[in-house]
Design a protein around this ligand. Structure first.
Ligand code: HEC
Length: 135
């Protein structure tokens, strides 16, 4: 009889420690980033407000799709960068981009050929951090 309780106790302790080891998903990421001192975030936010916010919101659709977690929808990062620079060139060769274009009533996204990769890094960093922000 006592062995049975001991066994139960071990199982319960095991379960508790497992639960504690689980990482709180996503929300913890934002805690590690100090937005006020994150130059990359600030640069990305500036670029986003000036160039993207007329057609995009992070959480809801405008002329273009909500950009929250957009990186997760692109398996090929090079293609995502290419799309931001010249969406039509990617739509011509990629099924996902073509489908997106059709779903958004063939509204052509502005070309941003002048954006440097470093600036797209900043934009995507801003989008990713802001996507996980609770507001
Ligand atoms: C004139 C409106 C317009 C502007 C400005 C614009 N976009 Fe878009 N964007 C769109 C539309 C519309 C789509 C949907 C695809 C299409 O129709 O070509 C899109 C799609 C996207 C996608 C793919 C979304 C997904 O769900 O996979 C990304 C990424 C993106 N835009 C990033 C940007 C960034 C970054 C900027 C600013 C540098 C920007 N866009 C500026 C209209 C715009």
């Amino acid at each position: 009889m006592q062995m049975k309780y001991l066994f139960l106790l071990v199982v319960i302790i095991g379960l508790i420690s497992c639960a504690e080891n689980k990482q709180p998903s996503q929300s913890s990421k934002i805690k590690n980033i100090d937005i006020d001192n994150d130059a990359k975030y600030k640069a990305g936010r500036g670029l986003y407000i000036t160039n993207c916010a007329t057609c995009h919101n992070l959480r809801y659709e405008l002329a273009g799709p909500a950009l929250q977690h957009v990186e997760e929808r692109w398996k090929d990062k090079a293609l995502l960068y290419a799309f931001i620079k010249n969406s039509q060139a990617v739509i011509a060769k990629d099924a996902y981009a073509k489908d997106l274009y059709n779903r958004y009533n063939k509204v052509e996204m502005t070309q941003f050929a002048w954006l440097k990769d470093e600036e797209i890094d900043q934009l995507l960093h801003y989008i990713s951090v802001a996507s996980n922000k609770k507001d």
